[in-house]
Design a protein. Structure first.
Length: 110
């Protein structure tokens, strides 16, 4: 498959249903899950010293839940998803940065 064909196929396959799931209805409540979808790709072609040509491409796709729209009693509200792993990672990074700054401050004082 040529690089241009690959990207055209990928572009045509991006749809809203990649972001929003089918609504789920139970007991008068409707939930529409949503996700953040990111994609990236690259490709190229070239020729070696013997005149042989080649090309290649790659695509990547990432999806993470971000929350859901909830419809109850005729009212719509957004319920964000909580990513505990991300919260722990950010908290850890803050602690490491704080310890590093304290160490630098003590070294400068001492």
């Amino acid at each position: 498959m040529k690089v241009a064909e690959l990207f055209a196929q990928a572009r045509n396959s991006v749809e809203a249903k990649m972001v929003y799931a089918e609504p789920v209805e139970r007991d008068g409540l409707t939930v529409i899950p949503a996700a953040r979808v990111s994609a990236g790709g690259g490709g190229g072609n070239g020729r070696d010293k013997n005149g042989q040509e080649g090309e290649g491409a790659g695509l990547g796709l990432s999806a993470r839940p971000v929350g859901a729209y909830v419809i109850a009693d005729g009212k719509l509200r957004w319920e964000p998803a909580i990513d505990v792993n991300r919260m722990v990672a950010v908290g850890g990074a803050i602690v490491v940065a704080a310890l590093w700054l304290v160490g630098r401050h003590k070294k400068a004082q001492g």
